[in-house]
Design a protein around this ligand. Structure first.
Ligand SMILES: C[S@@+](CC[C@H](N)C(=O)[O-])C[C@H]1O[C@@H](n2cnc3c(N)ncnc32)[C@H](O)[C@@H]1O
Length: 206
């Protein structure tokens, strides 16, 4: 049921995934559905809806990531980080959340899916110190752009990027960026079967 849906959604994009990657995405949705009942990981309850609103919504970011080390801050149940780690197996992802039950779920997903490129971390982002140089800070449904930059600036050096997945174009948030932050790019994202505006906002240090 989920596999044919994923195949038809992928056919509406330029994203090509192997059979193994597709099976991993289906297995992830199944785990999300199973653990959601006990852990309340997402308000989306229908696995078919998860495939559009969570999997495809995260997957469309993959072609726009450069560099090999990212952190997904406020990742919750691994969105977009788990999906991107499946799509980009040569890129490393730290998946950070302050809530223990979400990080326990991420450990379960990492082991069940054999994702060597994923490091789940339980921490408040303000307190976390990365052990390697990161190319970018990713977020989805986490915080305003101002807060993201303020809380996460210590995670990247001057060549790093902030990459935020947003709904409507965040005019007001962009007007109030902290000093020393530069707006680099707005990429409009097209998510198959999702009738909603989606933007990938890319910021850098000025
Ligand atoms: C609305 S959820 C979004 C989850 C996921 N990114 C998504 O798109 O579904 C926000 C998450 O950020 C986490 N969070 C909020 N403030 C945080 C902080 N200061 N440090 C780490 N995680 C934080 C919460 O625990 C929660 O899981």
């Amino acid at each position: 049921m989920l596999q044919p849906l994923l195949t038809s959604l992928l056919a509406q994009t330029d994203i090509v995934l192997s059979d193994k990657q597709q099976q991993q995405l289906v297995a992830y949705v199944e785990l999300l559905d199973k653990w959601n009942k006990a852990y309340n990981l997402t308000s989306v309850r229908d696995p078919k809806e998860m495939m559009v609103k969570h999997i495809m919504d995260s997957l469309v970011v993959a072609p726009h990531l450069t560099g090999k080390h990212y952190i997904d801050v406020g990742t919750g149940p691994g969105l977009p980080g788990i999906v991107l780690a499946i799509a980009l197996p040569d890129t490393q992802f730290v998946l950070l959340d302050s809530l223990g039950k979400r990080v326990r779920f991420l450990m379960q997903v990492k082991h069940a899916l054999g994702l060597d490129n994923v490091t789940p971390v339980q921490s408040r982002v303000e307190e976390y110190q990365p052990s390697v140089k990161l190319d970018g800070v990713l977020s989805r449904a986490f915080a305003s752009l101002q807060d993201m930059v303020q809380w996460c600036s210590h995670l990247i050096d001057d060549s790093g990027r902030f990459v935020a997945l947003k709904g409507q174009f965040p005019d007001e948030e962009l007007e109030n960026l902290p000093a020393g932050t530069k707006f680099e790019q707005d990429i409009s994202l097209d998510v198959p079967k999702l009738d909603a505006e989606r933007h990938l906002i890319i910021l850098s240090k000025d």
